[in-house]
Design a protein. Structure first.
Lengths: 114, 1388
């Protein structure tokens, strides 16, 4: 599955109906494309199964940038740092975009529920 | 249908192609490898194109030759180089190519364990091959010559004729009956089986030009029958004997235009080639099961003869048609079907009759042309000539590679195609084309004289193969260079196959500044590369693609840094295969969390990668490390010796570093943000400023965890790490002692390359004390890695190679952000080190560096270390001038026959020529033995002005900049002396060369300060010899001759050897040898054994330095092999024989040293210096004198400014025993310990007093130097201090401390003491009953004077000790008494 980049959504205005896997994947793909553009990988295919390390060649220090992007987009509703704190090194290496998308969806839904 | 057989390995040696890759490169780029016959194959005067044809005349002299490529590393096959001359070269080439084919198939390990199931079948013809031709000359021609001469000139007599026979035979080299087996023709196959231990059928077949394919047919049947599981098949042909050329000339088959143009309308004949090819065959099912790489599958073979036809010479289509149809029937494919064939590799001899017959055959078997289906016809003979029995395999390998790569190769010189081509389906092509058929299928023809025909059908390997794909060949690397990104884009603007075929050879230097490198160039990566190049911005490493529009390194001017990682949470090195490939010791037992052993692993890995990269020619402009990686950097940069770091790490107690309760954490935030968060707490500190997005902290575990949670709550990725050491924080301080102690014992050497400190973010200081201080700060202060990387970038560093595990590289990327920096790791957890290092080499090459990739290539592609060049020649014998002189001709009787006999006329001319040469030599070169040498008296001025290089040949080290060169003692090396003796001998015998020296005696060193004029004398000493002497110093008998002897001995070979534990660099840098740069020619210590050592030398420019290096290599052997008396200097050499002019500066030689005897006092060895595979100089009986030395003396020699010969005793006094009873050694010790003023005093002592006086000086000065070191002083050399009465004085600007000194000695003991206040020391023999009293009062008297009387009752305390001589000296005991320290400054 390939997803086109969507226009960025303004921060903080996440509504219940936007909290779908597809929408979040589109947003995260957009962030990754910006990040990867520096590496010239702007047209790489990003799916739920894409692996951060193996497919995108991101290293742990790149996750710091991604974490900052997520914070900028979702504010305190999503905490990527806490999400991966529970992972050991091998799990971080094996992490897929889908895992992150699921985490964001769950976090946003919880936040929306209040 | 027959059993399909897979080609799983291939190799060739063909004109222009030493290996498979080059062959394919030549084929696709259309290289014409045809040349004129090289000198030595046959004599140029056979070529008489304009004269009437005769059996001993040829009208053609162009062909395909392998002469410069015929090099075989015979030693690696267990063959002695000296047996090569008597062995048929094709056997050795077949062995070499067969081994390369096996290596190409994945190596010996891929062969069946049961060697009985491996066969060898090679095509080979019965020609007069080079070694047989030489045997024929020896056996037949020699006798023929004598018989003819004897019949024409009976007056010569038996004795003269025997001289002639002998003179002729001598030119053929020594008779060697033991190598006669090397002349048996079937050994081309049997030697392969023997050396490679293949126990299935091994034989040669002869079917003329069809031999190779008949061999393949046999192999296929061996596999189909199941007798063998693997068969090597192929063909060999290395015969350019004039008789073969004569046969082809007489048949009229050679091309009068001297061009080979298969299927061209104007083709007028063949050109003869030579070569060898071998393919490794397996049943396809087995190859698929084993995961082999399959080049192509042989689906059918056919062999048929013409039968009774009109001519044995002219081909007949009947047999050809049957052979081809048989093969296609076996393949189960209808040859006439559309798409049945894409490539027909034809026999294509370019003879009119041959081409016409072959085209008729093809039209008959494959049917007529159609508009849509035009398969390609070609013949590799257009590039390499007709390789006869090897022609079939040359064609088969070409076709298999074409099938494998999906490329249709061009054929040369078919400019005007043969009209009969139009009757066939086939067309020739002049340019390489992609091959896009659904199934790539090829046919290969080979048709032999006499009507024997063979054909093989190939098709591409099935695409779906079961089981895991095993990569057997090294990953392919695509390299392209161009003048600009635009030009590079143009190169890439074509299909993938063409791009790949255009790849540069990794071994060749490239010129273009814009470069692209792709490891494993998949279509995806090629697409990515096209995009990156189109964008024009640098692309450095993602997806294994590197592209640099302009180089950062090389002409780009950027610097290269090696960065050594510290401890990482995940330490799993994958360098096993890399270490094996480079022959390096590697074992990893590191456990993460165990800091000490983990540290050992990190250090060893860093050093391994450092060694590997340096062997690949990658040299850093600076080194740095992350955290404890800085220790590795210090060793790699030369500040610490690797041995000392090893010793430290092996003795390191990991528990000593575990600081209880501490923890580290990594925070994804910049250092300033972390520091701000820490502002209000003092328990947790910043330990690492790693990168703009990463910092580390250290502190009590609970506080660190709390901080991590705080940052994490803020969305910052944070993690507690599994280390508890407190490194880089003040919390380590209480645990610092063991590391600090070790650090203090480290020798601090000047850095060879700048070493950067992450504590100061700048280069390390040069002052050793400052280095030590910084070493400690580094453990207590934060690692400022980000600022250091920024500073390195500002200083011009543009490439950073990570030498170890982990993500240090990504910290650098994060810090330098942008396109103008290359970061690449030499280690990756994803692949073995060889493959990762290949990426480093590719990346550096793309950015303008020129690393040497050869060590990474498979054996077949590597330059052989010591190959033996094979003699393929068959020239007529020409007597050398010496032999001509020895056997003077008698022409008188012959002259009378001249008019009636052309033969007599020719002989007469020959003999006259001989006589003329003899006369010329007798008159010009050697008027008469006795007066040829005139007596010579001359003078050799020796000084550091006439011989400035002697400043690099000083026995003793002094403080840098020490003004008194005599204290360093520059000495003319013995080998330079030999060079002078030879030069003077040549001067005395004009026109003669010194070809050997005998009985060299070196009785006294010639010192250059003060300068001295050494008298020289040269006197005749019998036939061809002179005695040359430097009076009083040395002499040698020099042998003179008009030219160097032609026959050089064979180089020695050795077994039972290991890798030396020192590198050549360490030999000099760690001062194991005293030689300065101008005498440092040992480039590599290659191997050492119980009785030998081998090294590689690069000839230094300084006179005599090359031979001196030979002595250094011998010196290394004794140092590495024996515990003591390892200081050696040459005293005599029985003989040195030279086989050519002295090598020029910069020339490489191999140095072989064979130890012949070792006694207490002498070390004797024979040596050879080998230049490009030939012995240039051979030494017999080089004798070194062994001087007294033990490890302590050696330490003093190596670093006199930091070591003492004395030991320090409780009570702060020093003692030294005379461990050098021998006078010559004492002289050396004396010169190292005394400055010039003291040497004068020494000389004034009586001979008996000298020994003890010297012991006293040493002990006292050592006491002073130890005091200075304990008070913070750095290096102090013995010559910098001078004792004057009871005081010590500094020399040449050295400030001596205000100390009182006292000295005493007895027997073999010297003692000394140095204090701020008064002090005294005395020694008495212990067997004197009053020794204690005598010694005590003597000590007091020395301290306070003879009239000392305690006035106020405060008697100074005197202490006594009883000590004995150490083992090895006369058994003797002493009482030493010394005044106790009234200032308590050196409390005991």
């Amino acid at each position: 599955m390939s997803v086109e980049t969507t226009a960025p959504v303004t921060e903080g205005q996440v509504t219940q109906d936007q909290i779908t896997g597809e929408a979040v994947l589109a947003e995260i793909s957009g962030m990754l494309r910006v990040l990867l553009d520096e590496y010239g990988l702007d047209d790489v295919e990003i799916t739920m199964a894409t692996k951060f390390h193996e497919d995108l060649e991101l290293e742990s220090i790149d996750l710091v940038s991604l974490s900052a992007d997520l914070k900028e987009r979702y504010g305190n509703q999503v905490n990527f740092a806490e999400f991966i704190a529970g992972f050991d090194l091998e799990e971080i290496i094996a992490m897929t975009v889908g895992q992150l998308v699921d985490h964001v969806v769950v976090s946003l839904r919880e936040a929306a529920r209040g | 249908m027959s059993t399909p057989v897979a080609i799983v390995g291939m190799s060739v040696l063909l004109p222009g192609a030493p290996d498979l890759d080059t062959y394919w490169g030549n084929i696709t780029s259309g290289v014409d490898a045809i040349t004129e016959v090289p000198a030595g194959r046959w004599d140029a005067d056979y070529y008489e194109p304009d004269l009437a044809r005769r059996a001993d005349r040829v009208y053609c002299r162009r062909g395909g030759f392998v002469d410069p490529l015929a090099e075989v590393d015979v030693v690696s096959f267990g063959i002695m180089p000296n047996s090569v001359a008597g062995t048929e070269p094709d056997q050795l080439i077949a062995l070499h190519v067969a081994a390369a084919a096996i290596a190409d198939a994945g190596g010996d390990a891929r062969l069946p364990v049961d060697r009985e199931r491996v066969g060898v079948v090679l095509g080979r013809g019965g020609y007069l091959t080079p070694a047989l031709a030489r045997l024929d000359q020896r056996v037949r021609t020699a006798r023929q010559l004598v018989r003819t001469l004897g019949q024409l000139m009976p007056e010569l007599g038996d004795e003269k004729l025997e001289q002639v026979r002998q003179a002729f035979s001598d030119q053929l080299g020594p008779d060697s009956p033991e190598s006669a087996i090397g002349l048996v023709p079937n050994l081309a196959a049997s030697r392969v089986a023997n050396r490679l231990d293949l126990r299935g059928p091994a034989y040669t077949v002869d079917a003329a030009c069809a031999s190779s394919l008949v061999a393949v047919d046999h192999a296929v049947r061996e596999l189909a029958d199941g007798r063998c599981d693997v068969v090597l098949a192929g063909g060999v042909h290395h015969c350019h004997d004039i008789t073969l050329w004569s046969v082809f000339t007489q048949l009229g088959a050679l091309s009068p235009s001297q061009r080979i143009r298969p299927f061209d309308k104007g083709a007028d004949g063949v050109l003869i080639g030579e070569g060898t090819g071998v393919v490794v065959l397996k049943r396809l099912a087995d190859a698929e099961r084993d995961g082999d790489r399959v080049y192509a599958v042989i689906t059918g073979t056919g062999v048929a003869s013409d039968g009774r036809t009109a001519s044995l010479v002219n081909p007949d289509t009947g047999g050809q048609v049957r052979a081809i149809r048989q093969a296609w029937l076996a393949a189960g494919t209808d040859p006439t079907a559309s798409g049945s064939i894409g490539l027909l590799e034809a026999h294509g001899t370019a003879t009119p009759a041959g081409d016409a017959a072959e085209l008729a055959t093809l039209a008959e078997v494959f049917g007529p042309a159609s508009a849509t289906d035009r398969p390609v016809i070609g013949s590799v003979k257009s590039m390499i000539g007709h390789t006869m029995p090897a022609a079939g395999v040359a064609a088969l390998v070409k076709a298999a590679l074409a099938v494998h790569h999906g490329v249709l190769p061009p054929t040369l010189h078919c400019e005007d195609p043969h009209p009969a081509l139009a009757t066939t389906r086939f067309r020739p092509i002049a340019e390489v084309r992609p091959w896009v058929d659904e199934v790539r299928r090829a046919g290969v023809n080979a048709f032999g004289f006499g009507g024997i025909n063979a054909h093989v059908v190939l098709e591409q390997a099935p695409t779906s193969r079961p089981g895991p794909a095993v990569v057997l060949e090294p990953e392919r690397v695509l390299r392209l260079s161009a003048a600009s990104p635009g030009h590079l884009a143009a190169l890439l603007d074509t299909d993938d196959a063409t791009v790949l075929a255009a790849s540069l050879d990794e071994r060749e230097a490239a010129t273009g500044p814009t470069r692209l490198g792709i490891v494993d160039p998949t279509p995806k990566r090629l697409a990515l590369a096209r995009k990156a190049v189109a964008k024009g911005a640098g692309w450095r490493g993602r997806n294994d693609v590197w592209f640099a529009p302009k180089p950062l390194l090389g002409t780009g001017g950027g610097k290269l840094a090696f960065i050594f990682p510290g401890l990482e949470a995940d330490f799993a090195p994958s360098v096993d295969a890399l270490a094996r490939r480079f022959g390096l010791d590697w074992r990893s037992e590191a456990l993460v969390g165990d800091v000490g052993r983990h540290g050992t692993g990190v250090f060893q890995l860093g050093r391994l990668l450092d060694t590997v990269l340096r062997e690949l020619g990658v040299r850093p402009d600076g080194v740095a490390g992350h955290s404890v990686g800085e220790w590795t950097a210090m060793a790699a940069g030369g500040i610490h010796s690797a041995h000392q770091v090893d010793a430290f790490l092996s003795a390191f107690d990991p528990d000593a570093l575990r600081v209880p309760g501490l923890a580290f954490a990594v925070l994804g935030a910049p250092a300033d943000q972390v520091l701000a968060a820490l502002a209000n707490q003092d328990d947790v500190v910043l330990s690492h400023d790693n990168a703009p997005s990463q910092s580390m902290v250290c502190g009590p575990a609970e506080a660190v965890e709390a901080l991590v949670l705080r940052f994490r709550a803020d969305g910052v990725i944070s993690q507690v790490l599994p280390f508890q050491s407190g490194f880089h924080t003040p919390m380590l301080e209480p645990y610092l002692a063991p590391i600090q102690r070790a650090a203090e014992t480290y020798d601090i050497n000047p850095a060879r390359v700048p070493v950067w400190s992450a504590t100061t973010a700048s280069e390390f200081p040069t002052d050793p004390d400052e280095v030590r201080a910084l070493f400690v700060r580094h453990l207590l202060e934060p690692v400022r890695f980000r600022p250091m990387v920024e500073a390195m970038h500002a200083a011009g560093f543009r490439a950073f190679v990570q030498l170890g595990v982990g993500q240090t590289g990504s910290l650098i990327t994060d810090t330098v952000q942008g396109n103008d920096t290359l970061v690449v790791s030499a280690h990756s957890p994803h692949r073995d080190g060889i493959d990762q290092v290949r990426r480093v080499v590719t990346a550096l090459w793309v950015d303008g560096a020129e690393p040497d990739v050869r060590p990474l290539l498979p054996e077949s592609a590597k330059r052989r270390r010591a190959p033996v060049r094979l003699d393929l020649g068959g020239a007529l014998i020409t007597l050398d001038s010496r032999t001509r002189l020895r056997v003077p001709g008698q022409a008188s009787a012959l002259d009378s026959l001249v008019d009636g006999s052309p033969l007599a006329a020719e002989l007469s001319l020959l003999l006259k020529d001989t006589a003329d040469v003899a006369a010329e030599l007798l008159t010009k070169r050697r008027p008469a033995p006795a007066p040829s040498v005139r007596k010579l008296d001359a003078v050799l001025p020796v000084s550091v002005d006439t011989m400035p290089y002697l400043l690099d040949h000083c026995f003793f080290q002094q403080r840098p900049g020490w003004p008194d060169h005599v204290d360093s003692w520059p000495v003319v090396p013995a080998t330079t002396v030999i060079g002078h003796l030879m030069a003077f001998a040549e001067q005395a015998a004009p026109g003669q060369r010194a070809v050997a020296v005998h009985d060299v005696r070196l009785s006294q060193w010639i010192t250059a300060i003060p300068s001295v004029d050494v008298p020289v004398s040269v006197v005749p000493a019998g036939d061809d010899r002179v005695l040359a002497s430097l009076d009083g110093y040395s002499r040698a008998v020099v042998e003179l001759a008009p030219e160097f002897p032609a026959q050089a001995p064979a180089p020695w070979t050795f077994t039972d050897e290991r890798k030396p534990d020192l590198t050549a660099r360490e030999l000099y840098d760690e001062r194991w040898m005293f030689h300065g740069p101008r005498f440092q020619g040992v480039e590599e210590l290659t191997a050492i054994g119980p009785k030998h050592v081998r090294a590689r030398l690069v000839t230094p420019a300084a006179p005599g330095a090359l031979l001196d290096n030979v002595g250094q290599v011998l010196g290394y052997w004794i140092m590495a092999s024996l515990p003591d008396r390892t200081t050696v200097f040459p005293v005599a050499i029985h003989r040195i024989r030279f086989h050519g002019d002295h090598p020029a500066a910069g020339e490489e030689l191999e140095c072989l040293v064979r130890i012949t005897s070792v006694t207490d006092n002498a070390l004797t060895a024979d040596m050879q210096l080998v230049r490009r595979g030939r012995v240039w100089a051979e030494f017999d009986g080089w004798s070194d004198r062994r001087f007294d030395s033990d490890p302590n003396i050696r330490a003093n020699d190596r670093a006199p400014g930091r070591n003492t010969l004395s030991t320090v005793e409780d009570g702060g006094w020093t003692r030294v025993h005379e461990r050098w009873p021998d006078l010559a050694t004492r002289e050396l010790i004396m010169r190292n310990q005394l400055g010039s003023a003291e040497r004068e005093q020494y000389d004034q002592q009586s001979p008996r007093a000298k020994r003890q006086w010297l012991l006293g000086r040493i002990a006292a000065k050592d006491a002073v130097r130890r005091w200075m070191w304990e008070h913070g002083e750095g290096e102090v050399f013995p010559a910098e201090l001078l004792l004057r009465d009871n005081e010590v004085v500094g020399v040449h600007g050295r400030e001596a401390p205000p100390l009182t000194v006292s000295v005493a000695h007895h027997g073999e003991l010297g003692v000394g003491i140095a204090r701020r206040g008064r002090c005294g020391i005395a020694v008495e023999p212990a067997d004197d009953p009053d020794a204690v009293a005598k010694a005590s009062s003597a000590a007091l008297e020395k301290a306070f004077g003879a009239r000392f009387a305690p006035s106020d009752g405060a008697v100074p305390e005197v202490r006594c000790a009883r000590i004995g001589n150490p083992p090895g000296l006369p058994s003797r005991e002493y009482i030493v008494a010394w005044t106790a320290d009234d200032e308590q400054e050196m409390g005991t």
